[in-house]
Design a protein around this ligand. Sequence first.
Ligand SMILES: [Zn+2]
Length: 220
Amino acid sequence: MKAVPGGKVVVLDPGHNGGNASHAAEINRLVPAGRGRSKPCNTTGTATGNGYAEHAFTWDLAMRVRDALTARGVKVVLTRPDNTGVGPCVDRRAAIGNDSGADAVVSLHADGSTTAGAHGFHIAYSAPPLNDAQGEPSLRLARSLRDGMVAAGLATSTYIGKQGLSPRDDLGGLNLSTRPAALVECGNMRDPAEAAVLSSAAGRQRYADAIANGVLGYLG
Ligand SMILES: [Zn+2]
């Protein structure tokens, strides 16, 4: 791999949080979500059929991506310190990325579609862009993440977006970002085969390495 230029900062944003489900009022309060809209502060996320929660998945994945990036000299900032808290709200998560001056902001999620056979990953990015960072840089970040995941043999989504990319105007964290930002939906936790991979440490390491490679490709 190419050497990563020094001084790069990456914000990792693990979706949801372990305390969200027991703090409904706090989580459901409306916050600014960009484009003049409001959205709930945060949501509980989905889970596999066996009860493995998305917040646990995104947290574990973030730790693995962090380790892969820090090993390459990248400074990593997280939007939450653990998986036992509440929130933060989507507007606060965006602010953490903006205030850090991140070279890239990557939100980590998994989906919960009940459509039979729906599986595969997709990368969401803000479109139409609301600032320069949401334009070419964010699209290039999304493409690099997609390419890293395809190179790892991960399947692109069968049910959202095209070729693993999904332009979105309704995701608060992306709308409010003033840094290059993308959101990775790693797979469908309701698909039994994909759920088995997402639930395994080896599977998560595979996703983490692919995402780290995508980030490094963008930074390089
Ligand atoms: Zn999610």
